[in-house]
Design a protein around this ligand. Structure first.
Ligand code: SF4
Length: 420
């Protein structure tokens, strides 16, 4: 958005009659495709005069499907998305082709996006990696994003310095496969090397990592994470299944014993850390017994929360052709059971923080019902400030405070700021 703002465009709310609407689509599941088509129609209904530009992963993978949605004026692939500021004046004059989607598999360079221009926010997201060279049998992402490519370490440091300069206290390093960071660079680098260098650079005081594949936890990365003062004790692992046969069919290069050892090792060395996991339920061939095996493994592990993904049959992936597809009703039932388990794990994790102190970054927003200031602990617990904290004004915001947890809530905890 900041690149567009620099060219004189300004952001208005949905429904305020924008001249141009840019819809950035996702294609990770069938539902995401459906929601993207719905959003295009909704945008058109809200303002039929608006120029609708559709881009993102669904555009990249299934441009013909989007073309059939009449409201679409222009359709751009993931590479072309980054050229919107240049293309927009031409699109407004009708001087470019309606569909521009180039072959993302040919892309070798990491395309940087401009840093966000918004102020007063506490947390920024910095994409350090894009694409993926793995071929998990259910996943459409490599088709939509192309080969793995990384932002060079020097540029990561420059971006982080700039984010610190703009007042951000936390940055989340994101990517499609950040554990593979740096292997495409010349000279090659790694996530471990990058994080080690960031520890002594000028960056926002908290660095959070998006998900890391189980096999990407090298010995070196593990021992660095245990000692780091900057990287938050919050790790998210896409474990996907706890059954060896299903993992093999998913083309995931590890088994249940590796998952179990890794999660236990992380928990032993970082006992306060939030350990999250992605799990896919209803993968083809997942019998009741295999599902149970996954469920029992996850139940036994010291995980803090789960993200559950009902298997979605994506056209063009090997898993969509596998026999023994699980019925929708069964997938729904298993997803429900796993979500219940995830809820219990989350509650148990929050309970462990009761009467303890957390380092909480207070955000510039308040709880919807209580009007209390909200924050997030280093180990990913949402905290509402009670007592004197709630009476203080905006000077709480965007600073890290020590907070003693006094009460549990369904979706987080309540705590009091401990002033020292
Ligand atoms: S590692 Fe992740 S992004 Fe890459 S193919 Fe597997 S699931 Fe998809």
């Amino acid at each position: 958005m900041s690149a567009l703002e620099r060219r004189g465009y300004s952001l208005v709310s949905f429904g305020e009659g924008a001249d141009v609407m840019i819809i950035n689509t996702c294609t990770v599941t069938h539902r995401a495709d459906f929601q993207s088509r719905q959003m295009i129609r909704r945008a058109h209904r809200s303002n039929p005069q608006s120029l609708i530009i559709v881009t993102g992963c669904y555009s990249q993978v299934e441009p013909e499907e989007i073309e059939r949605v009449e409201a679409t004026a222009y359709l751009l692939g993931n590479k072309e998305k980054l050229r919107i500021p240049d293309l927009l004046p031409l699109m407004q004059k009708g001087e470019t082709p309606k569909v521009q989607v180039s072959d993302i598999q040919e892309e070798r360079l990491f395309e940087e996006t401009a840093l966000p221009s918004f102020y007063y926010h506490t947390r920024a997201f910095l994409k350090i990696q894009d694409g993926c060279d793995a071929r998990c049998s259910y996943c459409i992402v490599p088709h939509a994003r192309g080969r793995g490519r990384s932002l060079p370490p020097g540029r990561v440091i420059e971006h982080l310095r700039a984010l610190k300069g703009r007042g951000f206290s936390e940055v989340v390093l994101t990517g499609i496969h950040i554990g593979s960071y740096g292997i495409d660079l010349n000279p090659a680098s790694s996530l471990e090397e990058l994080l080690k260098s960031l520890e002594h650079e000028e960056t926002p005081c908290r660095i959070r990592l998006s998900s890391i594949e189980p096999l990407d936890f090298s010995r070196g990365l593990l021992s660095f994470l245990i000692s780091s003062k900057k990287v938050c004790p919050h790790l998210h692992l896409p474990i996907q299944s706890g059954d060896d046969e299903i993992l093999r069919k998913m083309n995931r290069p590890y088994g249940r014993s590796l998952i179990s050892e890794l999660i236990h090792e992380l928990h032993e060395n970082l006992p306060e850390a939030s350990l999250g996991a992605d799990v896919i339920v209803g993968f083809p061939g997942e019998t009741e017994e295999r599902f149970r095996r996954t469920y029992d493994l996850i139940e036994s592990l010291p995980l803090s929360y789960l993200h559950i993904f009902p298997f979605s049959r994506r056209k063009g992936t090997p898993a969509s052709q596998l026999p023994q597809q699980v019925s929708e009703g069964e997938i729904k039932k298993r997803a429900g059971l796993m979500r219940q388990l995830g809820k219990r794990k989350r509650q148990a994790f929050y309970r462990q923080s009761l009467n303890k102190e957390l380092r909480v970054l207070v955000e510039d927003r308040r709880g919807r019902e209580t009007d209390r200031w909200r924050g997030l602990s280093r180990n990913y617990i949402p905290v509402l400030l009670a007592g004197r904290g709630s009476e203080r004004g905006a000077d709480w915001v965007n600073r890290e405070w020590t907070v003693r947890v006094t009460r549990l809530e369904e979706n987080g905890v309540i705590g009091e700021v401990v002033e020292r």
